[in-house]
Design a protein around this ligand. Sequence first.
Ligand code: C2E
Ligand code: CA
Ligand code: CA
Length: 396
Amino acid sequence: MSQHSIFILDDEPEIGDYVSTVARMNDFESRYFSDPDEFLSAVATSPTACVAIDLQMPVLDGIEVLRRLAEQHFRRPILIMSGMDLKVLESARHFAKAHALQVSDIVSKPARVDDLNRVFGRLKASHQLPPTRAEFLAAIENNEFVLHLQPKAQIRPPLEAGQCCIPLGFEGLVRWQSPTRGLVMPDRFIPLLATAGVSRQFSEHIFDLALATLKRWKEAGVEARLAINMSASDVEDVSLADRLWSRCIGSGVDHQRITIEITESAAMEHPETALDVLTRLRLRGFSLSLDDFGTGYSSLVQLQRLPFGELKIDRSLISDCTSSQQTGIIVKAIIDLGHNLGLSVVAEGVEDSETLDLLRTWSCDLVQGYFLARPLPPEAAEKWWHEHAGGEACPH
Ligand code: C2E
Ligand code: CA
Ligand code: CA
């Protein structure tokens, strides 16, 4: 019997059969349902199956199915399929997240075999048991974590004639190249670090990777800043600033080139401790950036007490700002708010030139996103820098 099983819900039998066949080709035991009630009762009595659901169905739509899965406390991976545009798929993902459901992937229909193969590959990986403390520690020891680097570039004046932006540095985004699990993206394992009890070891390791990167850059003449991400558990640890600082000593790199990005929700979880930890980091000379702004529920009073120098607007807002007037108004207001609080404002997730132009007219300071470059492996990032620093970074 296969180790993996999947229940597929779609009102169109041809699609159900097709997805089911590709699932079997990928070693899944699969069952297809066209009736949501039958599907839900099968799910309730099968403790290990993951599910694939169509969003548009005549009797019970996909959102209602998600709601019912949440009521059943369904905790296995969910694959969402739909012929609707990506925005609807993203909204469904947000809905699922808000109900503590785990969406492993979203697929636009009609899905090609290649796409489905990739999705089932990832589903198998996420179906594996979570890594243990020992596995994480071994992964650190064996250097399986790699920082991919995504450029951050300034778009506000002064720019030279004809220049669209000035690259200032990179954000380091971790990937886990596991020999047994394959390439694991951060969203899949960062939330598991705290449960495994390795948050501190992990963040120190990421910090060491950042120092090694800056050292390599120094030798290669890459004069870039480097941002790294820290989690909520780091911000709760009052020894963080001293620990990071002691790792800087003797490394020979200018630690003032390091920016530490902390999400709005992490900073606001324990605002008093965060104030302590962040102030110490600032006093040690690290720059601080407030990440994913616009997704949490920050109190502006608390926000302005924290020593951030930069505010990053979440990509869910940026991706909508050309198509939705309301989102545009919110983004513009956040940029003005950031400036009024003396912060530099970064837009993340900029995917096209229209969005970049709009952000420029709103006086946004920096951009980051696929339009400039995807997160790049270390060598490719150095090459990118040599090709674009001081020159033209926007693609034509
Ligand atoms: P984040 O800090 O908000 O990072 C930005 C995420 O957006 C990255 O996902 C990046 O690949 C993606 N992205 C960048 N530009 C675009 C774009 O134009 N369009 C779209 N659709 N996406 C874009 P990634 O690499 O999967 O990282 C996910 C999250 O994992 C990060 O979100 C960050 O919160 C966390 N993370 C990454 N590395 C680390 C780390 O070393 N430590 C900690 N604690 N968290 C990390
Ligand atoms: Ca970040
Ligand atoms: Ca972010």
